[in-house]
Design a protein around this ligand. Structure first.
Ligand SMILES: NC(=O)c1ccc[n+]([C@@H]2O[C@H](COP(=O)([O-])OP(=O)(O)OC[C@H]3O[C@@H](n4cnc5c(N)ncnc54)[C@H](OP(=O)(O)O)[C@@H]3O)[C@@H](O)[C@H]2O)c1
Length: 268
């Protein structure tokens, strides 16, 4: 992989949450390949801390992702961040600005499941799911937006949602609630920050072969083709390049990229 030195994202600064593995790792690497300076943020700093089940999918730390990017000639920096902790989010933003002086792109990707039929729902896990999938992305925007707005040159924010937000998935009522709330939050935020030329979109990746997917049963999704995390990269790179004047306030499907939305089409 070679890193671009002259594309539209060259020199831009991106924060990617959940960059230790899976979809977040692929997006981190994809943005870095386009010349972005990428801050990789999540909790895992050593292999011992991650789940031992599904080793291939669980493996990954924020430092591994950064090492991969640097090996490919890119610029990246890891910051440990538990998104359920407000002070970690504040530190993430502060350290990013201290290091790079700006934030152009925010990819709110980190998320967890809370799979169970409602009577069996673990309420602590439900709270953690809502804290991670709903509250954290909003708190993140609360601290990132002043930095983006301060420069006055726009920016791009997108969240990673799920088809579960828009349809029934057995055993995933709590998770679907969290993603539906995330969708509404970001679509409304798009209107709030439109005057600042900041794009806010919601990206639905489809069924991706990651630890989260291997860990869960996810009945009702077998008909959806499963693809590798790298498949999300072209759509994510395109979304990262948008501003409020080009593409904002949309909920888009990865599988539709280049068909109903993307470089050759205006909007879904
Ligand atoms: N895989 C799919 O088919 C699929 C489909 C639709 C939507 N999604 C969504 O895509 C996103 C990424 O999922 P994935 O499939 O790549 O799953 P994954 O491999 O389990 O990755 C999830 C990421 O979120 C991070 N994370 C979880 N809790 C965190 C916390 N409290 N603070 C900071 N980071 C946290 C994890 O990092 P640490 O453990 O290092 O903190 C990890 O990097 C999620 O929002 C998920 O809901 C996935």
């Amino acid at each position: 992989m070679t890193t671009s030195s002259s594309g539209p994202l060259t020199g831009q600064v991106a924060i990617v949450t959940g960059g230790s593995r899976g979809i977040g790792r692929a997006i981190s690497r994809g943005l870095a390949k386009e010349g972005c300076r990428v801050v990789v943020a999540s909790r895992t700093e050593s292999e011992a801390a991650v789940e031992q089940r599904f080793q291939r999918y669980a493996s990954g730390t924020i430092h591994d992702t950064v090492a991969d990017i640097r090996q490919d000639g890119g610029d990246a920096h890891s910051i440990r961040c538990d998104l359920t902790m407000d002070r970690d989010i504040q530190n993430l933003v502060r350290e990013t600005v201290d290091r790079y002086g700006r934030i152009d792109i925010l990819v709110s990707n980190a998320g967890i499941d809370c799979e169970a039929p409602v009577p069996e729902l673990d309420l602590d896990l439900l709270d953690l799911c809502l804290a991670t999938n709903v509250r954290a992305p909003l708190v993140l925007c609360k601290f990132v937006l002043p930095v983006m707005m301060g420069r006055g040159s726009g920016g791009s924010i997108f969240a990673v949602t799920s088809g579960a937000a828009r349809g029934y998935r057995p055993g995933r009522v709590g998770y679907s609630m969290s993603k539906a709330a995330l969708d509404r939050m970001f679509l409304n935020l798009a209107e709030e920050v439109r005057p600042h030329n900041i794009a806010v979109n919601v990206f639905s990746p489809g069924r991706i072969d990651t630890w989260m997917n291997r860990n869960g049963d996810w009945p009702g999704t077998a008909h959806i083709p499963m693809v590798q995390p790298e498949e999300v990269v072209p759509a994510a790179v395109w979304l990262a390049q948008q501003n409020a004047g080009t593409f904002t306030g949309h909920l888009v499907e990865r599988a539709e990229f280049g068909r109903t939305w993307g470089p050759t089409t205006a909007a879904p």
